[in-house]
Design a protein around this ligand. Structure first.
Ligand code: AMP
Length: 400
């Protein structure tokens, strides 16, 4: 992450703090690695992430650890381990952290990337789902992501899903000759991924495939209707996509994905959904929850890599021909302690070179310190220069 990227990332961080903090979400940061088992159990053994994208290593003591490929399972682990279930529900958390996946790097796809995420834990109301979707929508809007499309669906309960998987498996087996070899190999392992295929013949076959959304039980269907109504109420536009599957197995009921047409092949900006069974999978009590995760690099790409203003420099302290350097050193330090942004000359430039440098970094004022008790203070905008005592410089700059 280069300095320009860091400044842009701060835009995202500030927006997240305002939007998520404003809705009562508190920041959390979990360790960069966890026990491998945590991810295998929650994300799912048959998923691409677990099958081939995890950085897994032995810690030397016989334990298998994995660099976190996603944030939800670690947050749930922390929730359980730190007794957060005792807090008022839902427990609302957000994170901005780096994640790791062993993927072939390309534009918008990195082996180490940043995600911003939010989790609302302990509530099964459709209002919570709608809030999570709305918060990510707002974040993308505030940062200025272009050409955003929201796809929405419901995956129902694991039981409905299991029955549906069998039905879909039967359909896929009956149509094997129309499927790509990759999809065919995974019929029994993960039939839902067949909807993700980019192979034309497979896509054709999938058009007539049964869809889960038509198989939801009454409670799940009602939950989904309510989520849609709540999004309608606040004017968030979405498309129902019954083929929406996410690359992680732990989702139940609502799932969603924001994409940007501005991004090309890697169009996913962020997504998420409800994961009512995840907490049990890692040994906790039944705890409904819903969350989102969005890629920071992708958000910024979708926003056209927004220009960020160079940081303001209130004061540059220049030294006249090698004299007064100790006063200059003290002055810049005192100025910073008084709340100004201030820099002093560190490269031994000539006075002319220092003034040019001050101009380049956009300093508002330059104090030229020599061996006299008087200092010249130059207003870089107007070009005006005046003499004043060393002790008066900070007050003069602050007073402007
Ligand atoms: P996922 O956890 O796979 O749903 O990913 C959530 C979001 O993280 C995606 O929509 C992307 O914006 C971002 N993301 C996932 N994998 C990568 C990656 N390898 N490089 C950059 N961003 C990624």
């Amino acid at each position: 992450m280069l300095p320009e990227d860091a400044a842009r990332r701060q835009l995202v961080e500030r927006a997240a703090r305002d939007i998520l903090g404003g809705a009562g979400y508190r920041r959390i940061e979990t360790p960069a690695f966890e026990a491998t088992e945590l991810f295998v159990r929650t994300i799912g053994e048959a998923t691409d992430i677990v099958r081939k994208e995890m950085y897994t290593f032995d810690d030397g003591g016989g334990r298998s650890l994995t660099l976190r490929p996603e944030g939800t399972a670690p947050v749930c682990r922390a929730y359980l381990e730190h007794g957060m279930h005792k807090l008022p529900k839902p427990v609302k958390l957000w994170y901005l952290s780096s994640f790791f996946r062993a993927e072939a790097p390309q534009k918008g796809r990195y082996r180490q990337f940043w995600q911003i995420g939010a989790e609302a834990i302990g509530s099964d109301t459709p209002e919570t789902d709608a809030e999570i979707v709305a918060l990510l929508a707002e974040l993308l809007e505030v940062i200025g992501a272009h050409q955003i499309r929201l796809r929405l669906s419901s995956l129902g309960t694991p039981e409905t899903r299991a029955e549906y998987r069998e039905e879909l498996g039967r359909y896929l087996h009956a149509n094997e000759e129309r499927l790509s070899s990759d999809v065919r190999e995974r019929i029994d392992l993960n039939p839902l991924r067949a909807f993700d295929s980019s192979d034309p013949a497979t896509r054709d076959a999938m058009r007539e495939a049964p869809v889960l959304l038509d198989r939801l039980d009454d409670a799940d269907a009602e939950h989904f209707t309510r989520v849609r109504e709540l999004l309608d109420d606040v004017g968030i536009r979405y498309e129902i996509d019954p083929t929406l599957v996410r690359g992680l197995d732990y989702y139940t009921r609502t799932v969603f994905e924001f994409e940007s047409a501005a991004l090309g092949a890697q169009s996913g900006v962020g997504g998420g959904g409800r994961y009512d069974r995840l907490m049990e999978q890692i040994g906790g009590p039944q705890t409904p929850a819903v969350g989102f995760a969005a890629g920071v690099e992708r958000i910024l790409m979708a926003a056209g890599e927004p220009e960020v203003e160079a940081p303001l420099v209130d004061l540059f302290v220049a030294v006249a021909a090698g004299e007064g350097s100790r006063d200059a050193w003290k002055l810049s330090r005192d100025a910073r302690r008084a709340g100004l942004t201030a820099q002093s000359e560190l490269a031994g430039r000539s006075l002319k070179g220092q003034l040019r440098h001050a101009d380049r970094i956009g300093a508002r004022y330059v104090a030229i310190v020599g061996d006299r008790t008087e200092v010249s203070l130059k207003d870089m905008e107007s070009g005006e220069q005046r003499e004043l005592p060393l002790a008066g410089v900070i007050g003069a700059v602050r007073g402007t």
